[in-house]
Design a protein around this ligand. Sequence first.
Ligand SMILES: [Cu+2]
Length: 402
Amino acid sequence: MTNDHHTTEARGSQDNSNRAVAPTAAAVAVAGAGFPAAAQTLGPKTTGVAGPGEFAAGVVEFDKTAISSRESFLNFGCEVAKENPPTPDWKTANVYFERKFFNEKMRMPDGVDVKYWGFEDLLRGNGARPFPSPTIRVQEGDLVHVKLQTSKGPHTIHHHGIEPTTMNDGVGHVSMEVSGSYIYQWQPQHAGTWIYHCHVNTVLHFEMGLYGALIVDPKPDAAGNIRAFKDGPEYQVEKIWVFDDIDPRWHELEHDAGLCGGDVGLNVFRPRYFFVSGIVNTRATTNSTVAVTAKRTDQVLIRMINAAYSVMRIQFDMDVEVISVDGHALNKPWAKPYTIPRGEWFEMATATRYDIIIKPPNMARTGKARFQFTDWVTKRVHGATNTNRLYVGYAETNINFV
Ligand SMILES: [Cu+2]
């Protein structure tokens, strides 16, 4: 298995080095011929750079993609084609990202070093290797290119909830795993809160940290403001809360652990560390990445993403209005925004997203949001009886209108 894996990689790198990728103006002009050049400018909140970025137009040999042999229970996930094709139907992008695989260690408050993986932003990341990976933020209608660069093992990027063509969907089994580099092309149609992640040995690679928030803004309204979605709520303060938990045992596993019929215990998940937006639970109460500080006239938008393998239970000290679920705006006669009263616990399953609004109180107010990380089966809070707060699946954060 391991040998096979490395052989594949060597081949992948070679393919990549043979590719013509020079991003010259001439090449881009030729590639753009027949397509209207992307005239739109970057959205004001984008985290990418102006396109077109790298040129990758080409013809894809579709018979080289997908599963390379007859799929069975035993080989599921282990014989997916590893390729570096040029992007089919390449068009001129107006927003461009680069994401490169890295592996890194983070030191926990108890002194334990935990390995994690992520996608580094080569263009705007300044060498940072954040956990979770850096947010991809674009605007409705953008023509987006995201170049993935792998390291040793194959990976993909699946832009969850976006519906691109098969080759650009980043799901190994229905297209290919990337062994060197590939430029994903997609065009978001709906403003909202999404997520991007690797889709190779997904249950492990997602846990290792190969994911980040994906936010699509609507076009600015007539006054030039960016709302939560078209004709949706305005907001002056915004937070992205990403819940995650780490089982350190999982973080010692190999790239392909559990594939090809192997059993490494991925059915047993016992998280020991708990995070909100990469901030460990014991530090989340006041950390400015998580805690909300707003003026009393501010409307607050919080985008919540459950990237934990826990069912999250969440409670606020103030009424909150749910305006969007899983990237779908609640702006229809049959799907309207609704209020979660203060003090009431509500649940979020893994991979779900809730966008909530806290309305301006017009007076000074302090309160908290509380987060419980609960076991999928037992429904109990992880580590509930542990005397060290670090190991208890609980976090809270301050919400202050001043
Ligand atoms: Cu991966």
